[in-house]
Design a binder for this molecule. Structure first.
Ligand code: FNR
Length: 388
């Protein structure tokens, strides 16, 4: 059983022996500041920004601050087990890397999806690989090692392209399909609007489409010959405003892999999803980037209750190991992080991502231990106290 808190000691000893401070910031605020200094300013704004006046993403973080963890003493939680069960797999930790459809161009070498896959392989933390990748999904899957990972589908309005993407993900070895529902069209994002820029419209991170035989069959000229026209075809087919619950049977029929729906926040939507045969619920407000004013953490308990034991993944606003513990205590089976590992990728590629994961896991491990909890199963709502 890995002792994730030892990461802390390693930092202190490196400082003692070689006067060697850590290579990257150990807080979210530090990561964000360093990424701001490094990334091209429009790319940084694309990642850091969100919908509307951005109070939604601030509220995601504030929601965690309204919960405290009640400390329990002399509980003997010296060894902690952070492992969780998900779709028949035992994961070493409850952490996942949420899909970031621009991670491909966030690393120095512009192969950020491969860096994320390598970090997943090294850490055992699953990658949820976005439809929007700079490298084709087959290349990304090849780098995942034995780590269970998921393919995230943005359902295009061309059903045969959707089917082709899911078939490819299945053949490549992904262990589940996450269908993101909250982005059937793009949210109102002032930073990107002010810059009049959107990375994919400039042709970035479209490798899964440009390598797809069905997508390619729709084009008069190949993406290599006419990338502009291929990009415009992508833009015309990316969103799917007409997708409704009636289409769930079709989505379900596309794969025997575990199927999850991302963007769920209402118990009735959970029940419709379960009626339609999905295997997991992914409760998220897209990090405050899509529907302005959508809560996230505050919706989790009702989502978990409606899920009746079906796994619930949660993301949006997790910034620390204590936040990981709180989301698990509120019923999440596993939790995703977005921007934190994105900034790690920007600062140091695979090594930067692994550093961020190690910090979060060390803090989660210590938070559990110091509060007297030896396993994830101990994390129930009554370990929390609601603050003002
Ligand atoms: C995202 N997110 C996202 N979600 C998704 O389903 N497919 C995608 O391609 C993307 N792309 C994406 C790009 C960027 C730059 C960000 C920041 C986020 C949403 C992501 O999966 C996750 O829901 C949020 O990032 C979680 O919130 P935090 O951890 O960033 O607060």
């Amino acid at each position: 059983m890995a002792n994730y808190a030892d990461f802390n000691l390693g930092i202190y000893f490196a400082g003692l022996e070689q006067d060697n401070p850590p290579s990257y910031p150990v807080t979210f605020a530090g990561l964000e500041e360093a990424a701001r200094a490094k990334l091209e300013h429009r790319l940084f704004d694309y990642v850091a920004g969100g919908a509307g006046d951005e109070h939604t993403q601030r509220a995601n973080v504030a929601a965690f601050e309204r919960w405290g963890i009640v400390p329990r003493m002399l509980a003997g939680a010296v060894e902690r087990d952070l492992s969780v069960e998900l779709f028949g797999h035992r994961l070493p930790t409850p952490l996942l890397m949420s899909p970031i459809g621009v991670i491909g161009v966030m690393t120095d070498d512009e192969h950020g999806d491969l860096a994320t896959a390598a970090a997943a392989a090294a850490s055992g933390v699953p990658m949820v690989a976005s439809t929007l990748m700079q490298d084709p999904l087959e290349d990304v899957a090849a780098g995942l090692g034995d780590t269970l990972s998921f393919f995230q589908l943005y359902t295009p309005n061309d059903r045969e392209v959707a089917e082709s993407l899911v078939r490819r993900a299945e053949a490549a070895g992904f262990g589940g399909i996450v269908v993101t529902l909250d982005t059937w069209t793009l949210g109102y994002r002032p930073r990107d609007l002010q810059h009049a820029t959107f990375p994919q419209l400039r042709g970035y991170c479209l490798a899964n489409y440009f390598s797809d035989p069905v997508f390619r069959s729709r084009l008069a000229a190949s993406p290599e010959e006419d990338p502009g026209a291929a990009t415009m075809h992508w833009a015309a087919t990316f969103g799917n405003p007409s997708l409704t619950w009636d289409d769930l049977a079709w989505l379900r029929g596309l794969t025997d892999l575990p199927l999850l729906l991302k963007g769920i926040g209402h118990p009735d939507d959970v029940r419709r999803a379960l009626d339609g045969g999905v295997d997991g619920i992914y409760c998220s407000n897209h990090g405050g980037r899509q529907a302005a004013s959508a809560p996230a953490l505050d919706l989790l308990p009702a989502v978990v209750e409606a899920a009746e034991g079906v796994p619930v993944i949660f993301d949006s606003g997790i910034r620390s190991g204590a936040d990981v513990v709180k989301a698990l205590a509120l019923g999440a089976t596993a939790v995703g992080i977005g921007r934190p590992y994105g900034y790690g990728a920007a600062l140091g590629g695979q090594a930067g991502i692994e550093f961020v994961l190690s910090c979060l896991l060390a803090e989660a491990d210590l938070t559990m231990g110091l509060n007297g909890h030896a396993s994830i199963a101990d994390l129930t709502p009554d370990v929390l106290v609601k603050l003002r």
